[in-house]
Structure formats: structure tokens, C-alpha cells
Design a protein around this ligand. Sequence first.
Ligand SMILES: Nc1nc2c(ncn2[C@@H]2O[C@H](COP(=O)(O)OP(=O)(O)O)[C@@H](O)[C@H]2O)c(=O)[nH]1
Ligand SMILES: Nc1ncnc2c1ncn2[C@@H]1O[C@H](COP(=O)(O)OP(=O)(O)O)[C@@H](O)[C@H]1O
Length: 210
Amino acid sequence: MFMRYFSRLVSAMAGPRPVVLSGPSGAGKSTLAKKLLEEYKGIFGFSVSHTTRNPRSGEENGKDYHYVTREVMQDSIDKGEFIESAVFSGNMYGTSKASVQAVKDKNLICILDIDMQGVRAVKTTDLNPIYVYIQPPSLTILEKRLRDRKTESEESLQKRLEAAQVDMEICKEPGIFDIIIVNDDLDNAYAKLKQALIEEIEKVQKINSS
Ligand SMILES: Nc1nc2c(ncn2[C@@H]2O[C@H](COP(=O)(O)OP(=O)(O)O)[C@@H](O)[C@H]2O)c(=O)[nH]1
Ligand SMILES: Nc1ncnc2c1ncn2[C@@H]1O[C@H](COP(=O)(O)OP(=O)(O)O)[C@@H](O)[C@H]1O
């Protein structure tokens, strides 16, 4: 009885569990994250990663990413300011402790959009997120979506497709992800994502209304 009460208290104090969205470049992670942030204002918060890649048109510094030089990023990593960092397609990406803390401070569900290396690194921390893998319906459809997005050079596109093939093999390893969502029809995929997160959403809604 006491133990049950105690563990509930500890989990309430820890706040809502974060959510990790991972999957190949072009799978639809940002699209789905944006839908959650839009529909559930005051429920979800985005962990703004650092990256050394150039901003795409329409992306905002401090909102989509913190755009930094390699020197600045490496210096911050060396100072221990990052939870995890990785090199993807020739650029550095990383989740700073401050980015996650900023979301936690507001008692929001923290969304992390990170690659497979990030997933493995987060598994060694005490973040305890729900791990969601966003899978494209096929590599052919992934390539079409990436090309249609018109954000990548041919070289960058090829690197992303190569990484996608490796990624889609790794995701089959049992126990890495709590749920794999195939992003075929966007509304269907979004409904499945909401369903997977309903407990955490309701937790925050309850706190907000009390
Ligand atoms: N490990 C790690 N991966 C990240 C981080 N931020 C973004 N990524 C991943 O880096 C990859 C490339 O991201 P991006 O350049 O925005 O391209 P996009 O996924 O095609 O939109 C994606 O798989 C992201 O999930 C981070 O902080 N850490
Ligand atoms: N279910 C879907 N059907 C068709 N196009 C989609 C779907 N989901 C995402 N897209 C499009 O595919 C492209 C890649 O999605 P994006 O969210 O940028 O992927 P990621 O963040 O995983 O790299 C975008 O142009 C997006 O509008």
C-alpha cells in the first residue's frame, strides 16, 4: 500500500514522460511533432537540438534548432552540456541538458526528435521516455517524399537514403521501440501517435486543470 503510494508520488514528481520520435530522415517526424505541438498547446514542448547543418528556408534559429559552428558545439559537448550528440549525414546534432530542462520546467511532455544513435544514448540516461519509431511505408515512398520536400542536395539525399536502410533494419531489434508507426496516411499515423501518448497527455491535462 505504502509502496504503491510512494511510487505514484515519485512518478508524479518526475513529471510526464518525454517522447522520443526517431526514424529515417523524411519519415514524417517533424510533421507529426508539429501536429502534436499545434493541437496540444500547453501540453507538449519541443526539445530544440543543436546542429552544425545550415538552416533550411523557413526554419528558425532557437525554434527548429540552435544553429552553431562545429567549434561551438564541440566546446559545449566537452563541457558536458549535452545529454547526447551524434554525427548524421556529415553534420553534428545533439540534445543539450538545457533544452530538455527548459521543457521539463514548464511541466510539458518533452518531444525529442533524434536519430538512432541518439536513441541508444538516451537509453543510458534516466530520462525514461516513450520510444516511438516513425517508419515510411517503403524506401521508394521515402525517396519521393524527400525529393518533393526539396530541402536536400543529391548528395545529402543519397546519404539520408543509405542511413534510412540501416535504420529500418535496426528498428526491428526487439525492445528498442515501444511502438512503430507506419506513416502511410498522415491522419492515421497521427491518430496512432496520440493513442500511444494518451496516458501522458491526460496526466498533464489533469495537472493543468487542478
Ligand atoms: N542524436 C540526435 N539526432 C538528432 C538531433 N536532432 C535531430 N536529429 C536527427 O538528425 C537527423 C537529421 O535531421 P535534419 O537535418 O533536421 O533532417 P530531417 O530529419 O530530414 O528533417 C534526423 O534523424 C533527426 O532525428 C539530436 O539532438 N540528436
Ligand atoms: N503521411 C504523409 N504522406 C505524404 N507526405 C508526408 C506524410 N508525412 C510527411 N509527409 C511529407 O514528407 C516530407 C518529410 O516529412 P518530415 O516531417 O519533414 O520528415 P522528417 O522530420 O522525419 O525528416 C515532408 O515534405 C512532409 O510534408
